[in-house]
Design a protein around this ligand. Structure first.
Ligand SMILES: Cc1cc2nc3c(=O)[nH]c(=O)nc-3n(C[C@H](O)[C@H](O)[C@H](O)COP(=O)(O)OP(=O)(O)OC[C@H]3O[C@@H](n4cnc5c(N)ncnc54)[C@H](O)[C@@H]3O)c2cc1C
Length: 398
């Protein structure tokens, strides 16, 4: 039987993108829209095989800072109108999003909601009576407070990724799967080529690192140190007792340190993990710990009592690529001309990906993002001690 021939590797490109997750593909698509279509994306495995394919894919705007709220709000509008704006499907489902905090976090909740409202995001703090109108199946306890975003929900990260990739290819961009980048060559203080694991060399003056949990290693190859720590988180799916809980909103349950959302019409996924569980992206347990899934199921039943009869279906683990403030780095890499990064999404990047693809492409082509000021997400903020702050201790919901 004939085998697939190895993809031919071009010898030059206007830009090389390392990593075929949702970020790399969105960046490549937006580069093409800005007229830079002679690009090559290198993916060590297949598209979406990193954090993207393991995402819980919740899309909400509740954040403690304006820059991520803006990126999330711009992105939500793309997910909700994806076929017209990009072409393809995002799988977006509008469930509404409820964030629940302990009363000790009430001031933070109110501050975040006020900031979001100023940015035009539809959201409000809700009382228990309000909640009975929008999500009667959810229990809010006396010592808890909540906010509601009617426009939020979840989407399909694989569909989004391959849609961006397909549109980029149509514009003339190249995507090479099972083609790891083995090194970035520099001359003086500028990039000059990317070399693949098979020894092919692509001459280029622009390289964008979007290698998810592997980004620290990729950047170390050019002597750049960036404080990224991959942390394992888990997703468990349960079947809903449909006669008792036909539907429910997406919930960021900061009060119980987990999140959950519907998954299609019959199922519910729960996301949870230990923020200190550092992992090697090449070797980590990719399955689910049943004992931890049982704890999450107990929390789910406490929040929605009808879910006490939900039964376990399966699950998986994936990696958050965390930074010291759990926010990404979107910047040119200081000291290496032509090198850019879109890294460190810390478990909440999918919801930002349409806006990040656009912003990073504009940064590369035009020197700055048009619609959002990326200064708070600059490379040097860790060394400067100017970290973004969160209103909450459950850091993925920063
Ligand atoms: C369990 C879990 C739940 C999550 N839940 C949410 C959520 O509810 N909402 C949300 O917004 N976000 C969520 N996230 C986060 C979100 O999924 C990520 O932030 C996002 O997918 C990151 O995309 P990426 O393209 O940066 O990284 P990745 O998807 O990891 O892509 C990087 C790619 O680079 C490739 N690569 C690495 N090294 C090389 C190399 N040397 N050469 C070529 N290719 C290379 C990898 O194979 C990989 O495909 C979750 C993540 C996980 C793991």
């Amino acid at each position: 039987m004939p085998s697939n021939p190895a993809p031919s590797v071009p010898s030059t490109a206007d830009a090389v993108i390392i990593g075929g997750g949702v970020m790399g593909c969105a960046i490549q698509y937006h580069l093409a829209r800005l007229g830079v279509a002679n690009t090559v994306l290198l993916e060590r495995d297949v598209l979406g095989s990193g954090s993207t394919g393991r995402s819980q894919a919740i899309c909400r705007m509740h954040y403690s800072n304006a820059v991520t709220t803006e990126l999330a709000w711009q992105s939500l509008q793309v997910f909700a109108d994806f076929d017209a704006r990009v072409g393809g499907t995002s799988g977006f489902v509008n469930t509404g999003y409820l964030v629940v905090v302990n009363e000790a976090d009430e001031a933070g909740l109110e501050r975040n909601v006020a900031m979001q409202q100023e940015l035009g995001v539809p959201t409000s703090v809700v009382s228990r009576d309000d909640l009975a109108q929008v999500a009667p199946m959810v229990t809010l306890y006396d010592d808890e407070r909540a906010a509601w975003e009617p426009n939020s929900g979840y989407a399909d990260p694989y569909q989004v990724t391959v849609s961006y990739a397909a549109r980029a290819r149509e514009a003339g961009a190249r995507i090479l799967m099972r083609t790891p980048a083995a090194g970035i060559e520099t001359q003086g203080d500028r990039v000059q080529a990317v070399v693949t694991a098979d020894g092919d060399r692509i001459a280029t003056d622009t390289v964008i690192v979007a290698a998810g949990p592997w980004s620290k290693q990729v950047l170390a190859g050019v002597g750049v140190d960036v404080p990224l720590i991959p942390v394992r988180h888990q997703i468990a799916t349960v079947a809903r007792p449909l006669e008792r809980v036909p539907n429910h909103p997406t919930v960021g349950d900061i009060s119980q340190s987990f999140s959950f959302r519907p998954d299609g019409s019959n199922f519910t996924t729960m996301g949870f993990g230990d923020d200190n569980e550092q992992s090697d992206p090449d070797v980590y347990p990719q399955g689910l710990e049943l004992s931890e899934a049982a704890i999450a199921r107990g929390k789910l039943a406490r929040r929605i009592p009808g879910m006490a009869d939900a039964y376990y279906r399966g699950g998986w683990s994936g990696l958050f690529t965390t930074t010291p403030d759990w926010h990404p780095v979107l910047d040119a890499v200081p000291g290496v001309g032509g090198l850019y990064c879109g890294i460190g999404f810390s478990g909440h990047g999918f919801k930002l990906s349409p806006a990040i693809g656009k912003a990073v492409a504009e940064l590369v082509v035009e020197g700055r993002a048009r619609d959002v000021d990326l200064t708070p997400l600059r490379f040097t903020r860790f060394a400067e001690g100017d970290l973004l702050e969160s209103s909450y201790r459950y850091r993925v919901l920063a």
